[in-house]
Design a protein around this ligand. Sequence first.
Ligand SMILES: [Zn+2]
Ligand SMILES: [Zn+2]
Length: 275
Amino acid sequence: MSETIELFSVGGLSSYCYCHSIRTLFDCGEGFTVNKRDRIFAIERIMLSHSHNDHSNGLCTLISTRAKSAGDKHKPLSVYLARTRPNVLLVQYIKERLGDLPFDLKFYFLEGNGEITLENNKKILFREVRHGEGMSYHFLVMEERKRLSPQYVGKSQQEITLARKTYNVYENYSICLLAYGLDTDYVEDVCRIPELKNAKIYIADTTFLSNSDRRVGEERKHLTIGEVSVIKERMNIKKVIAAHFSGRYTEDECRKKCKEYGLICAFPTFESEIY
Ligand SMILES: [Zn+2]
Ligand SMILES: [Zn+2]
């Protein structure tokens, strides 16, 4: 099955990423509803990585627009977000502000690490990484697959058919199709997520093009392009989409650096089939 994503990300301004095949929106920064109005009824679930404004400011607009616009007004919507004080206040604000809605809106507060089961042998893992004073979630879209057990690899079709009569010749394994990783500045935290190993696509916090561009106090918030490339290498990730660039950089600067490091540049958007 193929997957197309629609990603927008500028550090400190707004980030969101809509994944078509799983009808999931990762983060909901400002501008989503304005730019992607024709997607608002397609979304089944929204997952917020953390409570910073640039990742959650568009939520109230999306919900209120969905309630008012022409479309399937009764389609339920689920929102997953960490149980932090800003998020609890955000949910309270949305409930009070919007009142009764024509659709079933459910909020799920996430605590620690866990997973959400989807259809078609897929699930979304949520894994905590440190981000400044708090935490942010990395979201990993996983797919369960079957393959021939190692002892049968290289055997003839006849031998396998024979073995299948008595034994289970297949083993289950899971693959990370897509990981969404905004925001963090801890290479170690990211590399401690075992499921990220061999991921096909990783959308990475690439706020800084050089270490010297970090202001004092920013060193524990966001990654540099060099650190992202270390993660790519260590976790054997096939493709990295660099996102969340600081607004101080020009498109040319970002594209040039991404080319140098072999990363895909999302400045500020990346909209394409990814597998
Ligand atoms: Zn951010
Ligand atoms: Zn943040």
